[in-house]
Write a protein that binds this ligand. Structure first.
Ligand SMILES: O=C(O)CCC(=O)C(=O)O
Ligand SMILES: [Fe+2]
Length: 232
């Protein structure tokens, strides 16, 4: 890795879309990985997602808070074993709020408090959904928008394990212009504001690039979202 030669800085990829390298410490990455392993267990565990056209997604997925299926949210694994979706833990919501504050540079304002502040405070979002995607060496994710939520709160993305090419595009089409960003284990990516509805995808995994001490073969991505839906 060339991390020492070229330090990776916080970068605004597009307005409202921010990459924060190495946001999770190695210890937090390990904790998050352990949590993902628990969430992946049945019932309502890791599954292969079938698309309406008869295809399958190459990443495998488990959901918390709400169960995502193409294309909507449900309270049970409607396209899996039918079990109730696992709960979204409060600590993960706090992690999401901290991610937004750090990405947008609002971490200094102590008055906002742990529970957030007034309406409009960008650190106060009520994250209630997590989608965990597991990628093996050959998995990828096509260009898409995260558009099944009824909220324009930023999406918080956390990566563990193998590095990948994350393609961040525009709101008009799947094509150019886009920017390819390398997401490595521990990296944070937040997309909100004018970038909330931008197309994005994962064209490539770099196998064997996970930090050896993490103990993960492959890549995990956790996105935190605000559903904007009435309580399930
Ligand atoms: O794996 C990633 O980095 C992106 C995942 C994603 O776009 C999604 O879960 O909707
Ligand atoms: Fe997405």
């Amino acid at each position: 890795m060339d991390a020492e030669l070229f330090p990776r800085d916080r970068t605004e990829i597009a307005p409202g879309a921010v990459h924060v390298p190495d946001w999770l410490t190695p210890g937090r990455q390990k904790e998050l990985l352990e949590a993902c392993r628990e969430w992946a267990r049945p019932p309502a565990g890791l599954r292969t997602v079938r698309t309406p056209g008869g295809g399958t997604m190459t990443s495998r997925q488990v959901c918390l808070g709400r169960h995502w299926y193409p294309y909507g949210y449900a309270s049970t694994a409607v396209d899996g074993d039918g079990a109730p979706v696992k709960p979204f833990p409060a600590w993960l919501g706090e992690l999401g709020r901290r991610a937004v504050r750090d990405a947008y540079g609002e971490g200094e304002d102590e008055d906002k408090g742990e529970d957030g502040g007034e309406e409009g405070d960008r650190g106060a979002y009520g994250y209630d959904i997590a989608l965990v995607n597991f990628y093996d060496a050959d998995a990828r994710m096509g260009m898409h928008r995260d558009s099944d939520e009824e909220s324009d709160a930023p999406v918080v993305s956390l990566s563990l394990g193998d590095a990948c090419v994350f393609r961040f595009g525009n709101t008009a089409s799947r094509g150019r212009p886009y920017t390819d960003v390398e997401l490595r284990s521990g990296d944070l990516f937040v997309f909100g504001g004018p970038s909330r509805s931008a197309y994005h995808g994962v064209p490539r995994i770099h196998p064997g690039t996970a930090p050896p001490e993490l103990g993960l073969t492959g890549r995990l991505n956790i996105t935190l979202r605000v559903s904007g839906l009435p309580a399930a």
